[in-house]
Design a protein around this ligand. Structure first.
Ligand SMILES: C[S@@+](CC[C@H](N)C(=O)[O-])C[C@H]1O[C@@H](n2cnc3c(N)ncnc32)[C@H](O)[C@@H]1O
Length: 215
């Protein structure tokens, strides 16, 4: 899989450092809280946030369970610099790396929980598959996966709203998400008990929270 190319946080809209201002318009607090709730970090857990961006989700997980070890990984050094600045209490370990090569970054079967928000919709189909396979490889048996992203856009209003995301990130990578491909990709990567646990409607389309497990 490629090691060098990725779509930055705001696609072609604006530099990644402005991401927090844009994502705040997407009912961010709700879907981030639901994501961490479904991941349910426990004391002693190792938790990985793939494509952590400015670090908001990783920092929330570390606040919810201070006795968990939380790692935030992203290929973009510019956005990781924002994350490091926000982490004033050094709660999270920040790593530069690609989501399709997680074993190289954190080691095989080293994680109890893996989460990722708003990443897969920006990735080509082969990269979506490779990232999910890589997540499977770094989870321990019994490990939990939570994927929060634009998923099946069920209504004409949500399909219209999602056009903003498609303008920023292009249609080729985003349309499979809008057509509902994620659950089957998660299952194909080897995960079990795959389900859409929550759905949040936003001004940019609906965000699904998918949960799954590695047996
Ligand atoms: C829209 S931002 C979301 C950031 C963060 N997860 C959040 O919820 O705020 C997408 C992030 O995915 C990262 N990304 C893009 N391609 C990636 C890949 N192949 N592996 C890991 N991260 C990737 C980008 O650098 C960017 O920070």
């Amino acid at each position: 899989m490629s090691e060098e190319t990725f779509t930055p946080a705001l696609g072609r809209l604006a530099p990644a450092r402005f991401f927090d201002y844009v994502v705040a318009m997407t009912r961010e607090r709700l879907w981030r809280s639901l994501t961490v709730m479904h991941l349910a970090p426990r004391p002693g857990d190792a938790i990985l946030d793939v494509g952590c961006g400015t670090g908001s989700l990783a920092l929330l997980a570390a606040r919810v369970e201070p006795q968990a070890t939380v790692v935030g990984l992203d290929p973009d050094p510019e956005i990781l610099a924002v994350a490091r600045d926000k982490d004033t209490q050094d709660r999270v370990r920040w790593l530069t790396g690609m989501g399709d090569d997680l074993v190289a970054s954190v080691g095989a079967e080293s994680m109890d929980g893996v989460m990722s928000s708003l990443v897969l919709h920006q990735c080509p189909m082969d990269v979506k598959r490779a990232i999910l396979a890589s997540m499977f490889a770094v989870l321990r048996p019994g490990g939990r996966l939570v994927i929060t992203d634009f998923g099946l856009q069920r209504t004409p209003l949500m399909r219209l709203a999602f056009r903003f995301v498609q303008f920023a990130d292009g249609k080729t990578d985003t349309q499979p998400n809008a057509d509902g491909v994620l659950p089957q990709l998660i299952s194909a990567a080897g995960f079990t008990d795959v389900r859409e646990a929550d759905l949040v409607s936003t001004i940019n389309g609906s965000i699904s929270i998918y949960v799954a497990r590695k047996r």
